[in-house]
Design a protein around this ligand. Structure first.
Ligand SMILES: Cc1cc2nc3c(=O)[nH]c(=O)nc-3n(C[C@H](O)[C@H](O)[C@H](O)COP(=O)(O)O)c2cc1C
Length: 186
């Protein structure tokens, strides 16, 4: 199973959490796991995405992971640009758009606020999963299997020890062939 991790962080040089998670994925690859990591902001600092190259990347993957910090209860802007540009009609969706059918799509997202805020009874009122529904709807449209996300909450207060544990969990998650799908109303 080939896993491709697309990392979207506008300031990777200043990142603590996503930089550590990306390194965990790269370490897994160096240890022989079939994982590749692409840092999209470094590849496309001007937002001019090489659409054909990125389509070939997705075609070669069995599991596509979009990794990003949560920004404004959503994603950094290059994620949206990537969706707009790469998930073309006639290729990713539409009557002839079957290129990604049957592949797995998953998100690895890191909100800065603690998990307790992301609860229907919490101060933000919405769960992280609620906020990720547009990606699940997109997954439905492009025929991928949308997996339960890998969420690292509370990044702004995460201890070094907890970050190390999360990095190890991420490497295991990326290479786990039996990840569960997220239910439509789960
Ligand atoms: C522009 C911006 C918007 C953010 N919006 C949110 C948000 O909506 N919810 C949240 O929990 N954290 C938010 N954060 C905090 C980031 O999610 C947090 O800094 C990030 O997960 C840390 O990961 P890093 O060390 O890889 O940068 C935001 C941060 C920035 C810079």
């Amino acid at each position: 199973m080939t896993t491709t991790v697309l990392v979207f962080h506008p300031r990777m040089d200043a990142s603590r959490v996503n930089a550590r998670l990306a390194r965990a994925a790269e370490d897994a690859a160096a240890a022989g796991a079939d994982v590749q990591v692409r840092r999209l902001y470094e590849l496309y600092p001007d937002f001019r995405i090489d659409v054909e190259a990125e389509k070939r990347v997705l075609e070669a993957a069995d599991r596509i992971v979009l990794q990003f910090p949560m920004y404004w209860y959503s994603c950094p802007p290059l994620v949206k640009q990537w969706e707009d540009d790469v998930l073309e009609h006639g290729w990713a969706y539409g009557s002839t758009g079957t290129a990604l059918h049957g592949k797995e799509l998953a998100l690895a997202v890191s909100p800065g606020a603690p998990a307790a805020n992301y609860d229907h009874e919490g101060s933000f009122h919405y769960t992280v999963t609620d906020l990720l529904r547009p990606f699940q709807a997109t997954s439905n449209l492009i025929g991928t299997r949308f997996l339960k996300p890998f969420v690292t909450t509370g990044t702004l207060t995460l201890s070094d020890a907890d970050l190390e544990a999360q990095a190890a969990a991420y490497a295991a998650w990326l290479t786990d062939a039996d990840l569960e799908e997220l239910g439509t109303f789960e």
